[in-house]
Design a binder for this molecule. Structure first.
Ligand code: IPD
Ligand code: CA
Ligand code: CA
Length: 266
């Protein structure tokens, strides 16, 4: 059984409640009013509604905690030692296109350290949880990152820059290098689930640039608690500051890091 701290209990309950609403909205996706936040960066009504449900539920259970959430930004509370970092809908583009691959992501920081994580895919009812020092789980199952040691056997995931976002030339170089030496590369469209899949041993590695703290917060703890390694793309620990991430297992992480670094320099 997963280790369910009181905080994780509150977070999974909030995610399930918001997930039920998200599923109903997904069923009516064509009828949703959508607004344009920027080029190819849509925010649906469902997105905002999910965020309100999550913040409301979490504030009820943990009054005083701070929040960093994608839509509303910073919500300050008097308890400066705790902060929820939330992406109410990761995989918005999939959602809007009727593709059932998206998630709710909730991380909880205590004194600046990520201590609890929830990534929930309401369509598949897959609840990924992690508590610092207590492991990572998918529903009731303990997670371990994959054991593969060789690039040639590994399956990598990434995020492809899109219209108005990211460095397209840099990505082409990285992709060129990775596809030449691995079993394949996937682009599924939800960074939170990409990280959860690394934790679950489905992907052997995941890299992406230009992510936001709410894309990464929960997923990074999942990977680490599943025995994996997470760094930025220089091998440092500035994931949240730079938005760049590489998550993998111990034997493959240095190999991917070197490959990607050399590709960018080429
Ligand atoms: C996006 C997803 C996607 C990643 C983008 C993110 P959103 O988040 O995580 O996989 O490639 O960079 O912005 O907009 O769906 O919450
Ligand atoms: Ca996101
Ligand atoms: Ca989002």
């Amino acid at each position: 059984m997963p280790y369910l701290s009181p905080a994780l209990n509150v977070m999974t309950t909030a995610a399930r409640k918001a997930g039920r609403k998200l599923i109903r909205d997904f069923g009516e996706v064509e009828n949703l009013q959508i607004s344009l936040k920027g080029p190819a960066d849509f925010v649906s009504v469902a997105d905002q509604r999910t965020e309100s449900i999550l913040v409301g539920e979490l504030q009820k259970a943990r009054p005083g905690y701070n929040f960093l959430v994608e839509e509303a930004g910073v919500i300050e509370g008097p308890d400066k030692s705790h902060r929820f970092v939330i992406d109410p809908l990761d995989g918005t583009t999939n959602f809007l296109h009727g593709i059932p691959h998206f998630a709710i992501s909730i991380g909880l920081e205590r004194e600046g350290q990520m201590v609890s994580a929830v990534v929930y895919n309401p369509v598949t009812d897959e609840m990924y949880t992690a508590e610092k020092s207590h492991g990572a789980y998918l529903n009731d199952k303990r997670l371990r990152v994959a054991a593969r040691r060789e690039l040639r056997a590994s399956l990598a995931a990434t995020g492809i820059p899109f219209l108005g976002h990211g460095d397209h030339g840099r990505f082409e170089k990285e992709l060129h290098a990775v596809m030449a030496v691995t079993s394949g590369v996937r682009r599924f469209g939800s960074a939170a689930l990409d990280l959860a899949y690394v934790a679950a041993g489905r992907f052997d590695a995941f890299w992406e640039h230009d992510l936001k703290p709410w894309d990464l917060a929960a997923g990074m703890l999942l990977v680490r608690e599943a025995g994996g390694v997470v760094s930025d793309l220089e091998g440092g620990a500035r994931m949240l500051e730079t938005g760049a991430v590489l998550a993998s297992n111990e034997p493959l992480h240095p190999q991917f890091l070197k490959l990607l670094k050399e590709a960018r320099r080429s």
